[in-house]
Design a binder for this molecule. Sequence first.
Ligand code: ADP
Ligand code: MG
Length: 440
Amino acid sequence: MAAREVRIIFAQVLERVRTLDPANARRWFDQLAILNFDGGSLAVGCPDQAQVQYLQDHCREVFTRAAQQITGHLVVVDFCLATAPSRLASAAESPVVGPRLHPDYTFENFVVGPSNRLAHASCVAVSQSLGNTYNPLFLYGSSGLGKTHLLHAVCHYVRQAALGVTVELLSCEEFVNRFILAIEEGNMAGFQAQFRGVDLLVIDDVQFLSDREHSQEEFFHTFNALYNNGKQIILSSDSPPAEIPSVEARLVSRFNWGLVARIDPPSFETRVAILQKKADLRGVEISDEVAEYVARYVQANIRELEGALTTIYAMSVTERQPISRALSQRALEGQIRLASKNIAIADIINVVRRHFNVRLADLQGKRRSQSITEPRQICMYMARALTKHSLEEIGGHLGGRDHTTVMHACAKIADAAAADPKMKALLDELTKQITQAVQS
Ligand code: ADP
Ligand code: MG
């Protein structure tokens, strides 16, 4: 087959991949080169090892499917490292240099804002001078706020900037598993050599050490060996050192020796910027209006923010519509309907109760003051909107009220929402909180 023809086929395959799997498609797919296509097998070359791994981990199936759809034949797809045309190495043969890194998780792709400024700056500082600035560097924050991203970014940086530096990056769970395996195989010497000989040790989610005394002991010795040799240690956790349950005091104290940096949930502006960045990585354009809508919609967790973007993008691809505010709204509200399968009336009551700061006994009781009736009616309305329960069942959860009372409440709140944007906003906010409470 002529080279030009092969290139055209490959361009079609890439386009098909983007529509089949919008969540995993990336802008850099444009840089992929077709190395060889002999009808039955397709070799795809990537400029970077992390990209090879990403494609192997997330995209093998979709590339195979796309290639089969485009060519009409069974095609086996292989991803290879191809730094220069003359130096090809199949990913399977070439030794994996250092840890597996996610190609998205670089400093370049990390949006800095007030919530993560210190964590970001300390990671940059440490990358530029291993072992000499903050040691250990300890990052903590809730799930989905960018800890793993920053740890990978340090490793990307070091891999590119400092040749010959040895790096280990792994989750704490992996560390513990390898430790257990080493004991089983009677190969503690190998285990120790692997971790005590590196220039940079990065361990993600060290809260996993909680209650694992034997692993803590080993980790303690690993830590000391590296620290005493001036080697860099970076750790992450979902809570500050002293609040990780059941970790021995001597480890907690060491975690605090260097710098402890907290990551907070991002502000609205940072969320908008992150969405723009994530869209750009996928080669997708989103308007400020859409980014702002989504950033208001998802607040606490960046992983979910990204999930929302993926949902919207997927809908725009399947419907062949541009990403508008209206489409985004439809995509995200569809998610709510999906989530609502699992919503119980008790979840609704909990969220409403917390919002209005009223007691369950009052919601279920006889009092008819406005401060109680309104939350009670909102509970009924939301239960009607978000669950499949009957009017009787809903009344039953709220102090045994009959179905006409529930019907009246629903009508009243619906009217209020139609007349008053504040009420509409409140209902939207409560809906969001309820679905999030159910999903988490
Ligand atoms: P954690 O390890 O804290 O649970 P991750 O590092 O896995 O969180 O981040 C979850 C997702 O959010 C990842 O896709 C990551 O790229 C993204 N993310 C988090 N913070 C940022 C940021 N400041 N800029 C860009 N992406 C971010
Ligand atoms: Mg993580």
